[in-house]
Ligand binder design. Structure first.
Ligand SMILES: Cc1cc2nc3c(=O)[nH]c(=O)nc-3n(C[C@H](O)[C@H](O)[C@H](O)COP(=O)(O)O)c2cc1C
Length: 314
């Protein structure tokens, strides 16, 4: 499981989700949601960045287009001891692209180089990059630039790797279409092309390459690992978390742990914890009833105890 990571996902990989996940998995790397460098500089940093020791290994993902903001943000984040810093060069949302962040950055590798090198001045932690296999910049980039060939991907990665010490490239094996698709469509419509990622690893064996996009089973993970160093799973890890249950612990025991967590963290609304566990009974006969229980915005730990009594009757 240490060759698998759980993808950064806004509104999903919150601190509460990560603590839930650690109830059954200790070795997969977790990511924060994408946090903009400016939010760190101007925001409530404990709320944005504080995490529990149990969440290690954990990476902080930042979105930025500005090397000075990036450096300032990581200087602030140093207080929290993240295991690595990840730069987002894969998010396709219009809002993010218009701010020259996310997948837009693939059109300006020099900017990524300057951001990474500026971050390096304030941290010794590994810096990693999450990106796509290419971008379609129609309507956003000059000359409606399309970057959709293996050669352009290689040139991009070479420019970054030859000029920074970024040691790991996490590649969502689809291009990002910068205008006209919603982020969710950008996770389904551009076709998946794992071969391009495999070829990159083959031609640049010294780089640490992690593959991402549409991976749903441990068999698929095994297969990818024949060609790349590691695998990142997003939606399936959230929707079917038991896929990554490395302790072989039962759902019953996980709910007992959830109850304990809720009772020990009174400052957190219980719903903000249980809402991230809706997939716990994925594809079992309890799926619907669990979703009803866990998605109640006024849920309390007694509701979980009552649910366990139902499970007991089986
Ligand atoms: C709800 C949601 C939010 C996401 N937020 C982020 C994000 O903050 N940063 C990022 O790099 N990718 C984000 N992604 C993309 C995922 O990290 C991942 O690259 C993508 O879902 C493909 O992997 P999958 O097919 O295993 O889900 C998000 C995806 C989803 C579904």
């Amino acid at each position: 499981m240490n060759k698998i990571s759980v993808a950064p996902m806004v509104d999903r990989t919150t601190k509460e989700f990560r603590n839930f996940f650690r109830m059954f998995n200790k070795s997969s790397t977790l990511y924060t949601e994408m946090i903009s460098a400016q939010a760190i500089i101007n925001g409530d940093i404990d709320r944005l960045l504080k995490f529990n020791d149990i969440e290690h290994p954990i990476a902080l993902q930042i979105a930025t287009h500005d090397k000075d903001y990036a450096k300032e943000a990581i200087k602030i984040a140093n207080k929290y001891n993240y295991d690595s810093i990840n730069i987002n060069a894969g998010c396709p949302s219009d809002r993010v692209s218009n701010n020259k962040m996310g997948a837009y950055l693939m059109s300006e590798p020099e900017l990524i180089v300057s951001i990474a090198n500026e971050i390096r001045k304030v941290t010794d932690k590994p810096i990693t990059l999450k990106h796509r296999i290419g971008i379609d910049g129609k309507g956003i980039l000059e000359d409606d630039r399309l970057m959709d060939s293996y050669e352009e991907l290689l040139e991009f990665v070479d420019k970054v790797s030859n000029n920074t010490d970024i040691n790991k490239y996490i590649i969502h094996a689809r291009i990002a279409i910068l205008k006209g698709l919603s982020p969710s469509e950008n996770r389904t419509i551009p076709p998946i092309d794992y071969d391009r990622v495999y070829r990159l690893k083959k031609e640049r064996p010294n780089l640490n390459i992690e593959i991402n996009g549409g991976i749903k089973t441990l068999e698929e993970v095994e297969n990818h690992l024949k060609y790349v160093d590691s695998v990142m799973i997003g939606r399936q890890a959230y929707d079917n978390p038991m896929l990554l249950n490395e302790f072989n612990i039962s759902r019953y025991e996980i709910i007992e742990k959830l109850i304990k967590y809720i009772e020990e963290n009174k400052e957190v609304k219980p719903y903000h914890i249980t809402m991230h566990s809706l997939g716990l009974f994925h594809s079992t006969k309890y799926s619907k009833i669990w979703k009803n229980v866990a998605s109640n915005s006024r849920i309390e730990s007694t509701d979980l105890k009552n649910f366990l009594k139902e499970l007991d009757k089986e």
